[in-house]
Design a protein around this ligand. Sequence first.
Ligand SMILES: C[S@@+](CC[C@H](N)C(=O)[O-])C[C@H]1O[C@@H](n2cnc3c(N)ncnc32)[C@H](O)[C@@H]1O
Length: 523
Amino acid sequence: MTSIGTAIGQVFTPVDAAKRIASEHGVLEAWLRGATVLDPTAGDGSFLEALIELALERGIARARLPVQRLYAVERDEALLASFASRMRARFSLRLPDANLRAHDLFTLQDPPQADVLMGNPPWVNYVDLPETERARLRPLFHSCGLIRDPRRLLLGGSRIDLAALVIAWSIRHLLRHGGKAVFLAPLSLYLNDGAHEGFRRHVVDGVRYALREVWDHRGAPIFPGVATRYGLVTYERDAAARWPVPWREFAEDRWITQQAAPCGGEDGPLVVHDLGANAPTAKVTVQSDPDRAAWRPRQGVNTCGATDLFVFDRCTAEGVMVVAENKVLGQVRLPRRYVLPLMTAETLRSGNRTPHRWILIPHDPVTGRPLERDAIDAMPDLALHLDAHAVRLRMRKGTMLGTHLRRGHWWALLGVGPYSYAPWRVAWEAFGRSTFRPALLDATDDGPWQGNQALHAYIPVRDRAQGERVLRALAPEVIEPQLRAHRMEGTCNWAQPGRIARILALTMPVRWTLPLARVRTAG
Ligand SMILES: C[S@@+](CC[C@H](N)C(=O)[O-])C[C@H]1O[C@@H](n2cnc3c(N)ncnc32)[C@H](O)[C@@H]1O
């Protein structure tokens, strides 16, 4: 039986896939020529078994297999025991007991040192770990330099993956100087903006290591039914980065080589494009615009799970009030000033700018902060509506919402600031799309348009002229190829504000230091 603590991230690599990886990435050769190979989170030993099988298939005699140079670390003792007994049953082989370390990787005393690391670390989002594990690992994420914003990690708002910690830690503590590492890992480490910036600096305790290659397994799945985007990443310890790195994708029955380099600084997400081509760049006009500082892209308003209490499908003005309506609440009277039009796909895709949905935002339209209690009490209809749902509103969860709740502002929404009330905005669909079609929206008679959570993003602007400048800088023919290079088509991360901000900040092509030949690798 495995306890919850040990069962973390237990998805094992099929031995056939491990064999392909070991032979195609030179691990078998290295081992046979004298290298020590170690899997730092070995599970039931697929990668070591792969090496043994490959060597036997080559006709190397069992007695001559260098099993003394195979090491495994795994916190679940039963898995290592099962590996050892399988090796005895299948091949009459016994690995030295001292090489199979049934222990937690992060507290291992005297860790073995290897020339090559090969494995598949647990892929688990930090926020999805049990609280005891989070508390234990938090200081390690910090000491390995993986965290940019400690507050977000503490409050559970960071989407950082445990795989990042395992990779960085293993390279730092278990890999010899100049050693190589080969890991199956979630590609969020390199494609997502935000949480993995610290990891992408590739330095732990002053020890540098370099990303060498990425093999995107989207077209060549190893784990059927696993929705996470993953691939094989290779590293070299104590080596300097050389951008671009080869990025391989499996299409039409073969691996195609492209090139990848970080966007907007060494810790940025990777952008991928054809060999020999320069990275696509944003127009320089963005950099020289005098209002550039205000151009920060924003996400839509977030109700933190209480959409039915704030979002309405009909709205009829009655002087300074409106009668707003949705299926859950029926009709509610609310002060008109606080009920604003909410974008829909139709708002952005068609030229029809008549609002079809509305959102109640009980915030001050000047400061963007939640209204104070006395301001709400001065509007009895609003107070009646909010108070009727106070229990539910107080129970909402969300990292940033916590601050508002602690201050007693339990009616607060997220993603609201003075920018929410800018009269104009250039808005776009940010989620699940593969095209980028920004639109310039003027305020309606009901007020300025609001984005709906992560579905929409926008850049607030003062007037039409500024809006048209932003719109020109966000021309689809400029931005869309760059978004495609981020390999996020159809995902929730397609054109989110952080990604667009990075693209706009990119003034110059990344300077390539490794001219790659125009080659295609056969599959
Ligand atoms: C995704 S599985 C992969 C196992 C093996 N490398 C493979 O590919 O088949 C990850 C393994 O990491 C182990 N693990 C998780 N956290 C660990 C830790 N802190 N120390 C050692 N092993 C750990 C889990 O028990 C699990 O067996």
